[in-house]
Ligand binder design. Sequence first.
Ligand code: ATP
Ligand code: MG
Ligand code: MG
Ligand code: MG
Length: 436
Amino acid sequence: MRLSRSFLPTLKENPAEAQIVSHRLMLRAGLIRQTASGIYAWLPAGLRVLRNISQIVREEQDRINAQEVLMPTLQSADLWRRSGRYDAYGPEMLRIQDRHKRELLYGPTNEEMITDLFGQSVKSYKDMPQTLYHIQWKFRDEVRPRFGVMRGREFLMKDAYSFDVDYTSAVASYRRMMLAYLRTFQRLGVQAVPMRADTGPIGGDLSHEFLILAPTGESGVFYDAALEEQDWLDTPVDTESNDALEAFFNRVTAPYAATDEMHDTQAWEAVPEDRRREGRGVEVGHIFYFGTKYTQAMGVTVSGPDGAPLHPEMGSYGIGVSRLAGAIIEASHDENGIIWPDSVAPFRAAILNLKMGDAQCDALCEELYAAAPEYFLYDDRPERAGVKFADADLMGHPWQIVVGPRGAKEGIVELKRRATGERSEVSVQDALTRVL
Ligand code: ATP
Ligand code: MG
Ligand code: MG
Ligand code: MG
């Protein structure tokens, strides 16, 4: 993208309404604009971030054989009456009436709809297990929308739902999803620690929230540093073997990790002092096994191996895709701006032409840009070098390729790594090889 022709409205001043750093930076870097309380438009660079996050989430869901669907945002109230949640959900649900006075709602989540869809089509245990997911906008009329996209009212969520014939199989689905989440967050370049969460009346130990450490997080978190050392991208887990899944689950859940709601001071004191990590965290994901709660309430059965009908066991699994855009910035920025992890950055590199109109600078920049126009943001504005540097730092591109008249004569550019500030003088070819 050529900066001179793009819609990337950066702001020099800190917007007064933004209380936390990610919100400030998302507004200043031209990623989002608020259109109503807790509702945001995503501008070109922000949309690229949202797509990159969604794509990694999608690949990791597909990897465990979850299948993507797309359910609508509007749902009928009758569907929710069948589960008993229409009245129970309370004021967070946005209720709507159409011209025929039929009651609808903007979905805050999709358990009812997916249970109904599943029940209409799957009649036998032979067609199970199934895990379905979608990446779709949700609406929750939060009492206090705040912190930009971190607590919006309209927000993008990946929600998956598993259907299994029995408890053992449901546990395997849950554990597979836990692995997918750990891999997803690792690929997004963030440390999201799984923490035991409340299961309510369901009981058991099959509810975990994933939290990213950030001082502005809404939950207090306590965890064992051993969790920071786990690497799930390079550790193969056989997701078809229940034993392998169990060993994996035990490894993840053995070290202490809890939010303030579930904190157990006695267990905490058993963690060696040098490994205790304590702080605030942002919930970016939540996985939950709830058994036959919805299939029973909504009367969904399949025929079991013995011919008798059974209620499928379910779990649901959410990732806050739009919240992650903010949470990643909370975890990765400095005083000059955003530091995007490579995997989510809107552009891999900015090309900074320090002397527009200089034949050699222009030619070299064009050569670089032509190599991968979809990955580069070419700053071809007639601006001072200082402005270009500041905007590139603010927008947080992982690399900056700086082209000035002195180096350009010899075909040399300066390559700067945003995360470390490290600079090196390299040839055009070397710059391309490192960045792409
Ligand atoms: P919170 O505790 O922050 O209110 P939640 O527990 O109500 O979140 P879940 O129902 O578990 O949320 O939804 C799954 C995921 O959706 C959450 O882990 C979070 O990442 C995201 N999410 C929930 N509410 C919002 C919101 N208002 N804005 C942005 N993302 C949200
Ligand atoms: Mg909530
Ligand atoms: Mg929560
Ligand atoms: Mg939750």
